[in-house]
Design a protein around this ligand. Structure first.
Ligand code: 13P
Length: 313
């Protein structure tokens, strides 16, 4: 899209927001143009908290489907719009609710901790949700002798298991296609080229990537660390959308995206997050559709597990 089209669309979106009393919440992995029209930009925990506090008739969620669903669970009286309902999440898709219910039935004395990257139906089967920001706190808040199911991210689950030393935790075998693709070999080569750089890693990455990290955390955690650290260079091992906010906040620092196994790619993009565009945001605000609609019984059950998550920040 050329700059003229992009600024025209941005103007249209800004006036639609005013006319319709709408706010846009966006995740750091969306494109820089989409981030620029957001009223609030954040990681998945902050976005859930923000959704509850929004004073508007409409929330348009610029992110993937489970994020908009979470906003609707927390704000049933607001209209929650999703510009691209096909924007899914490989983690949420890796955990089918029926299969998960059967899995849960095998462990009747276990409590369920689910990463927020799940469908509303899986959240309804969950005791406490978590995000990568508070997963450690959530697990530590449960008695050490309480057996747990952790779903759906096996990488985040085993990272938390390692930090807590908790043996009584059964992991669902799911993963994020973006974070699983980082290449250790190419990351180590980048480290050799930039020996002063700090390596910042999202905990959805595989254990052998997490092991070489100077910092492991959520998107918001990584952004804070890059600000606090005295280092001037960072190798960024998460989805590349976050680079826009890093460069905006810390223009004097150098951010180098870590590459995937695929030799033709210099960085890792989530194709779902990139499905959200200025065009579909403008159209969605105009038509007030597509909208998230939930079954009330499932919404209530999911709300409990999300509120339990928000209470542990
Ligand atoms: P954060 O909680 O770090 O924003 O991560 C969201 C996500 O979906 C990562 O794949």
């Amino acid at each position: 899209m050329n700059v003229e089209n992009s600024s025209e669309l941005t103007r249209r979106i800004e006036s639609l927001k005013r006319e319709n009393n709408a706010v846009i919440l966006a995740h750091y992995y969306t494109t820089p143009e989409v981030q620029a029209v957001a009223d609030f930009l954040g990681d998945s925990l902050a976005l859930s908290v923000q959704a509850q506090q929004v004073d508007a008739r409409i929330i348009l969620f610029a992110g993937v489907h489970f994020m908009a669903e979470t906003a609707k669970v927390l704000c049933p009286d607001k209209k929650v719009l999703i510009p691209c309902p096909e924007a899914g999440c490989s983690l949420a898709e890796s955990c089918d609710a029926k299969e998960f219910a059967a899995f849960k039935a095998k462990y009747p004395d276990h409590k369920v901790v689910s990463y927020v990257n799940t469908t509303v139906e899986v959240k309804a089967l969950t005791d406490v949700c978590c995000t990568s920001s508070n997963a450690l706190k959530v697990v530590e808040s449960l008695p050490a002798d309480q057996p747990l199911i952790f779903a759906p991210d096996r990488n985040l689950g085993s990272y938390i298991q390692k930090l807590t030393g908790r043996r009584n935790m059964v992991l669902w075998d799911g993963a994020c296609h973006v974070h699983e693709e980082f290449s250790l070999e190419r990351l180590l080569a980048l480290k050799r080229e930039h020996p002063q750089a700090k390596v910042v890693v999202h905990p959805e990455c595989r254990a052998y990537i997490v092991e070489v990290a100077d910092y492991v955390g959520s998107t918001a955690g990584i952004l804070d660390y890059c600000g606090r650290s005295e280092a001037k260079e960072f190798i960024v091992v998460t989805e590349a959308g976050i680079l826009a906010e890093m460069r905006k906040r810390y223009p004097e620092k150098n951010f180098i995206p870590a590459p995937p196994d695929d030799e033709t790619c210099g960085c890792n993009n989530c194709r779902y997050m990139k499905m959200v565009t200025l065009e579909n945001i403008a159209e969605c605000l105009e038509k007030e559709s597509p909208e998230i609609v939930l079954d009330e019984e499932i919404r209530r059950a999911a709300e409990r597990s999300i509120r339990n998550m928000i209470a542990i920040r």
